[in-house]
Write a protein that binds this ligand. Structure first.
Ligand code: GCO
Ligand code: MG
Length: 403
């Protein structure tokens, strides 16, 4: 069995920051994993280079589960986004290596394809409802079967989910956190209007999604979900912060609008109650922030028992390496729901050449051995790290809210 002989991190910023782990075996086979944690990139980089890489050298690269257990149990300090993103990067790189050695795409190692492709959704957004609907029509013209709708809230500059670029979403865009203003009352008035107008303009054959971005209280989320019911949204995402999983019971008592949650979760323990009590319909944990394919499979298997489907996070701040890994995963599990797909810039795609491709609203990971994505280190070196923070949100009286 090929031993790990070298590993290093590569930090690059082709339009935004990405941290990538590259592992090499004694046979010269290399594998890569995404370790990007938006706004906290160098914490994961240092966790890997200072604490994880020295423990990898000499281990058998094929022993993916054992290495996962070694890094998780062996740290003593369990869970959390920094630790779990670092473990995820190792895990992805090892699946990549195993696939390359086997001569098989990773989805074949995970059990083979359960579907012909992966339905994805893109972000249609604009400062006004008209702009959002125009963007949604553009996504429809590109073949998307599922579209997320976000719009600016009148009187509130810098609403989350509204971006300058139409195919990319980049909220981490300042050297220190930007301050934005929030009013739940104003927001809750605009979203039902957006969805009403969207059904008139776009029809009923397209799935429409919406992200609340942890902004509401449970009872407010129940109200918004109820107001949206006539427009049959595919889901409302992150209705309320999820540290208190039991809080979702209150939302469930008031609305049949499906709920998606979990893009900031780092382990199965963050969603165990949500899944077991069927308090959510879609689990959005990702391969990069929730411990890699090895751990995400366990979350998906638990979810399968309770009729919960997956809807993995796939914003622009997850690198093409994480996107490729997500697609192999999505193709191979029975309870897949939808995959978020925010495109990367041309600079990012040039740094990470990849085999996955988009057609008719679906992505396919391709059939290259391993994950099917590489890193061009010379191109990466041309884009040095730049500190960049996500914004923060304050209520109109100046008190802190959840961004
Ligand atoms: C989404 C997310 C993102 C996050 C971003 C933070 O649903 O895509 O909410 O847009 O804000 O990934 O790093
Ligand atoms: Mg979100």
């Amino acid at each position: 069995m090929p031993k790990i002989t070298a590993a290093k991190t590569i930090v690059t910023s082709p339009g935004r920051n990405f941290v990538t782990l590259k592992i090499e075996t004694e046979d010269g086979v290399t594998g890569i994993g995404d370790a990007t944690l938006n706004g906290r990139e160098l914490a994961v980089e240092s966790y890997l280079s200072e604490h994880v890489i020295p423990c990898l050298i000499g281990r058998e690269s094929h022993q993916i589960e054992d290495i996962w257990q070694y890094l998780y149990r062996g740290a003593y300090w369990r869970r959390g986004p920094v630790t779990m993103s670092a473990i995820a990067a190792v895990d992805m790189a090892l699946w990549d290596i195993k696939g390359k050695i086997a001569g098989l795409p990773v989805y074949q190692l995970l059990g083979g394809a359960c579907r012909t492709g992966v339905m994805v959704y893109g972000h249609a957004n604009g400062e006004t409802i008209d702009e959002t609907l125009a963007a949604a029509r553009d996504y429809q013209a590109l073949g998307y079967k599922a579209i997320r709708l976000q719009t600016g809230v009148p009187g509130m500059a810098g609403t989350y989910g509204v971006s300058k670029d139409k195919l990319f979403y980049e909220p981490a865009d300042s050297d220190l956190p930007k301050e934005t203003v929030w009013s739940s009352e104003k927001y809750m008035r605009v979203v039902p209007e957006l969805f009403g107008r969207a059904r008139e303009a776009l029809g009923w054959d397209v799935h429409l999604l919406h992200d609340i971005h942890h902004r509401l209280t449970p009872i407010e989320a129940g109200r918004l979900g109820k107001d949206l019911e006539p427009y049959r949204p595919f889901w409302m995402e992150d209705p309320t912060p999820a540290e208190n999983q039991a809080a979702f019971r209150l939302i469930r008592q008031h609305t049949t609008t499906p709920i998606a949650v979990g893009e900031i979760f780092s382990s199965i323990w963050d969603c165990k109650q949500l899944i077991e009590e069927q308090l959510v319909d879609y689990i959005r944990a990702t391969v990069v922030h929730a411990g890699g394919l090895t751990h995400l499979k366990k979350i998906a298997h638990l979810a399968e028992l309770y009729g919960v489907r997956t809807g993995c996070h796939g914003a622009t701040d997850l690198s093409p390496v994480a996107m490729a890994a997500a697609l192999h995963f999505d193709l191979s599990i029975p309870n897949f729901g939808v995959q978020e797909y925010m495109r990367h810039t041309a600079e990012t795609d040039a740094v990470f050449p990849h085999a996955y491709s988009f057609a008719d609203g679906m992505l396919h990971p391709g059939d290259a051995p391993g994950l099917g994505v590489e890193i061009d280190e010379a191109a990466a070196a041309r884009h040095p790290y730049r500190r960049a923070y996500l914004p923060v949100a304050r209520r109109e009286d100046g008190s802190m809210h959840d961004w």
